[in-house]
Design a protein around this ligand. Structure first.
Ligand code: 0GY
Length: 314
């Protein structure tokens, strides 16, 4: 790679067995993203020596620093990042805040908070650039938090103009429906609610997700993480076919139906992948397969994330 991302380090922590480190030599994407594009889903991990991983974490990653993230941003041609608090840091948002404060205004954040957070601490997060909280329902990543606690948090952060990011698996949407539809803010779904892409795109499971977005115009979706959802994997079949081709019909459907409510992100440094670590340049080259016109690309990468995270500049 031409930019100084360096190598992943591990600091004083021992990585989870089988952990895949982020890819140190991403290709230069062939697809040139529009000027002012936002990578609206990425993380920083530690470094653990400076920002220790949380005792309640379910995995221990390699480090992935703010400098390495910002170098990747520049290499891929993006202008800004939205950094999402990773579960390995629990509700300790110090690494996130440090990255936001070092970004020269080019990063905004999504934090994890508990009911015990004070109004003053919320305001400090806001001043650092946080504009949302994440509620995570993926059981392998977090312990259960009672819904009344989450609803109380949602009510408090709504007053700051923040939104709620939700992460869940497709099979859990029916059970979570009433809670999600009662949230008083904009609601951003991570990775299209993790569809099982081996099921038909026009089957009942994905139809429920489309209904969720269609009937609730406060619901947005990140059309991110093909590498996490794909069964086909990164290998393109021929010149016409995309990497992660089995995810294309799902993501394209969401982009085309809801062009003003979609976001895209790399998900760097790609926690918990088991079989391969994606080339982030290849992930960028996936974008024109799901947002097939310059107009859709501009909305996905610039207009929509700017509206949500930098509304004062729109
Ligand atoms: C993602 C996906 C995952 C992990 C986390 O915060 C996290 O630990 O988000 C995952 O393991 O699926 O969006 O980064």
């Amino acid at each position: 790679m031409s930019t100084p991302t360096g190598k992943p380090t591990t600091g004083p922590f021992e990585k989870t067995a089988g952990w895949l480190d982020w890819y140190t030599a991403p290709s230069k994407p062939k697809f040139q993203v529009p000027a002012g594009s936002v990578d609206a889903h990425c993380h920083v991990f530690g470094p653990g020596a400076e920002f220790p991983y949380a005792p309640e974490r379910k995995y221990t990653p390699c480090d992935a620093s703010k400098a390495q993230l910002f170098a990747l941003r520049d290499h891929l041609g993006f202008s800004r990042n939205v950094i999402v608090q990773a579960t390995c840091h629990g509700a300790d948002n110090r690494a996130l805040v440090d990255a936001l404060q070092s970004s020269n205004g080019k990063a905004r954040g999504v934090a994890t908070v508990k009911r015990s957070i004070s109004d003053e601490e919320l305001q400090q997060l806001h001043d650092a650039g946080v504009r949302g909280v994440r509620f995570n329902f993926v059981k392998r990543l977090v312990d259960f938090t009672p819904k009344d606690e989450l609803m109380e948090i949602a009510g408090r952060i709504a007053k700051l103009g923040w939104h709620v990011v939700i992460y869940f698996e497709a099979v859990d949407l029916p059970e979570l429906w009433d809670f999600f539809t009662a949230l008083p803010t904009t609601v951003v779904v991570d990775h299209m609610g993790r569809p099982d892409v081996s099921k038909p795109v026009d089957g009942p499971e994905f139809a429920l997700f489309e209904k969720f977005m269609r009937e609730h115009d406060n619901v947005w979706s990140k059309v991110s993480c093909p590498e996490r959802l794909s069964v086909a994997g990164p290998k393109a079949l021929d010149g016409e076919q995309s990497a992660y081709r089995d995810v294309v019909p799902f993501a394209r459907r969401i982009v085309e139906q809801f062009p003003d409510r979609v976001l895209w992100g790399t998900d760097w440094p790609h926690p918990n992948l088991k079989d391969h670590m994606p080339d982030d340049g290849l992930l960028v080259d996936f974008i024109p397969h799901i947002a097939t016109t310059p107009e859709l690309q501009e909305k996905l990468l610039v207009t929509n994330p700017m509206k949500l995270y930098w509304p004062e500049e729109v």
